[in-house]
Ligand binder design. Structure first.
Ligand SMILES: *Cc1c(COP(=O)(O)O)cnc(C)c1O
Length: 423
């Protein structure tokens, strides 16, 4: 059991500032040891869900084996321990994204749930007939569908900022599309399909000049880059645990306290109240006002531990590693005849989407799987973006801190084999 006693700091695999000891890092992720169809696993589907390190899994099981009890109500020790662990995770996550107060960190079931919370609470009270919601062409369905639903309900208008063929947001168009009817700008921080990193601080500044609040969909940001919500200045920021080395079914909504305080609760039930009678309900303070019912306690603890893991490795090291992988993958893939990379913005996270002449992405994905390579194929929950680019689907390789060049080589070899088969 020596291994399970490794402290987070040791296991964080930091060699020197800015580099990752890749063997030790990979050792932290048990799943990376397994084989798929008799081949070593090359896990390149991190934008869909990244893997969990031992530290997160252990925190999760330890909670279930030692501390499990419902939070916020019990006077007994287990309940106090569970509450402490969950509130500790909230504080860790507050620190990770540099929110001013842990009152601004609401636990949700994920990024999707967090956007729906904003839509149901803020949206339904602040958006009326003829008002406008401004989003971009490269949004994930999670940041389209709730606003489409709201617009349909209220008779509001969903406006869409265009993107270039390279997958770059048209900032001039954006600035010109804000009107005195714009109620919210919703923008993805990092595109899950293209890897494009959007200038969210600049976007927020422009929106705020017009008095328009901004929601940033950060599901693809937090695992790759330092996010500072105060520096961005956005009003809302959402992310998911499973996109940042944590568990599924947990995420956070960050909201500026002054915004959250003005918003009505969305879901009603236990924990979000101070007192209840049949005639009147007094709501709890932030952040609990938005957390009705028993929360995903172990998920929150796991997500907090994932944030600690990221911090221990360090964003400099993660950035250097992933950008090196991105350059390598881009170069290797470009050398394949008939392959075209989709999304070539200068500022990208470690995502490479591509198409190959004459071969459907689903066929590519199926053959790659047999070679042990896990990638995602399809529209990546960005159908309007696909339509804009004239595509139905792409194959997407998305890299995390633990990936190696050898896995890119495995991908490239498998792609060459695929092309041979279709010749
Ligand atoms: C994955 C993802 C979401 C949705 O996250 P869930 O965890 O499924 O709620 C939203 N936006 C982007 C950019 C994503 O990549």
């Amino acid at each position: 059991m020596a291994e399970s006693n490794v402290s987070l700091k040791e296991a964080a695999s930091v060699e020197a500032a800015g580099t990752i000891d890749i063997d030790r890092c990979r050792d932290d992720f048990p799943v990376l040891r397994r084989e798929v169809h008799g081949k070593p696993l090359a896990f390149l589907d991190n934008a869909a869900s990244s893997q969990m390190p031992e530290q997160v899994i252990r925190a999760y099981t330890e909670y279930h084996s030692r501390n499990h009890a419902n939070v916020h109500r019990g006077v007994h020790l287990l309940s106090q321990e569970a509450t402490e662990a969950m509130e500790g995770a909230r504080e860790t996550l507050r620190e990770l994204i540099n929110a001013r107060s842990s009152k601004e960190i609401i636990f949700t079931s994920g990024a999707t749930d967090a956007i729906n919370l904003v839509m149901q609470s803020w949206g339904r009270t602040n958006v009326g007939e003829g008002d406008e919601i401004l989003i971009s062409t490269m949004e994930h369905h999670s940041n389209i569908v709730p606003w489409r639903m709201l617009c349909d309900e209220k008779g509001a208008v969903l406006k869409v900022i265009p993107v270039s063929d390279d997958g770059i947001l048209d900032m001039e168009a954006f600035a010109s599309m804000i009107t005195d009817r714009t109620r919210l700008v919703g923008i993805v921080h990092v595109s899950n399909t293209l890897g494009t990193i959007n200038p969210v601080a600049g976007i927020t500044r422009i929106a705020h000049d017009h008095g328009v609040p901004v929601l940033v969909d950060g599901a693809q940001a937090v695992s790759h880059m330092k996010v500072d919500v105060q520096q961005i200045g956005c009003d809302f920021f959402v992310t998911s645990g499973h996109k940042m080395y944590g568990p599924t079914g947990i995420g956070i909504l960050y909201g500026k306290q002054e915004m959250l305080e003005k918003m009505p609760p969305w879901r009603g039930g236990g924990d979000m109240i101070l007192s209840v009678s049949f005639d009147e309900v007094l709501y709890n303070d932030l952040p609990y006002k938005f957390e009705a019912g028993t929360p995903n306690i172990s998920g929150a603890i796991g997500m907090g531990k994932a944030a600690e893991y990221i911090k221990a490795v360090g964003y400099d090291a993660i950035h250097n590693k992933e950008q090196e992988l991105l350059r390598y993958a881009t170069g290797q893939l470009q050398s394949i005849e008939g392959l075209r990379i989709i999304g070539t913005a200068p500022e990208k996270s470690s995502v490479v989407s591509f198409v190959i002449d004459g071969i459907h992405p689903h066929d590519i994905g199926t053959i790659l799987d047999l070679e042990g390579v896990a990638v995602r194929t399809g529209h990546h929950c960005t159908q309007p973006l696909m339509e804009r680019l004239g595509l139905v689907a792409t194959t997407r390789a998305s890299m995390a801190m633990y990936n190696r060049r050898e896995e890119i080589d495995q991908l490239v070899a498998a792609l060459r084999k695929t092309i041979e088969m279709f010749r």
